[in-house]
Write a protein that binds this ligand. Structure first.
Ligand code: AMP
Length: 147
């Protein structure tokens, strides 16, 4: 098996976010792989900007919600020692944008959390499930315990 070279951690800041993040960091350290992180904004309106769907972290906007999202991602990036060039804040549908960035950046492992849903919820599909079916690379679904 080839070692992983570039791992993408997808974060949604849920209660178990740190657990998934620590797994991704430990895998990156083990394989001496580059680590990137992505958060997709699907719950705040897109302000009237010239940006495409990828939001530049270095440019300040006048939009407080967006600045708060940038700060959250950059703090996590700092904690995981991920350079700013490898931090992705993107507008759109999480399952689609994560696969898109993974393809563009030649990611060979995507790390996501998974609630291991079953029954109707599985039929409706979770983010992890959809990424697993559409990604062109390996996907690690870190099982999260439902409270
Ligand atoms: P969910 O299907 O919402 O339970 O999310 C499962 C996993 O998908 C999360 O633990 C994250 O790894 C990833 N994910 C969900 N939503 C987002 C998002 N908006 N941005 C980045 N990753 C996400």
């Amino acid at each position: 098996m080839n070692d992983y070279k570039h791992i993408l951690l997808a974060v949604n800041y849920s209660a178990q976010n740190d657990y998934v993040a620590n797994k991704a960091k430990s895998l990156a350290d083990t394989y001496q792989a580059k680590l990137s992180i992505i958060h997709v904004l699907d719950n705040i309106p897109m302000p009237d900007t010239n940006y495409g769907s990828v939001i530049p972290l270095k440019e300040n906007s006048n939009y407080d919600l967006l600045e708060a999202e940038k700060t959250k991602l950059m703090e996590l990036g700092k904690r995981l020692a991920v350079s700013e060039d490898n931090q992705w804040l993107v507008w759109g549908v999480p399952k689609e944008e994560i696969v898109e960035i993974a393809t563009q950046q030649h990611i060979d492992l995507i790390v996501v959390g998974s609630h291991g849903r079953h029954g109707l919820a599985l039929l409706l599909g979770s983010t992890a499930n959809s990424i697993l079916h559409h990604a062109n690379c390996d996907v690690l679904a870190v099982r999260l315990l439902d409270n």
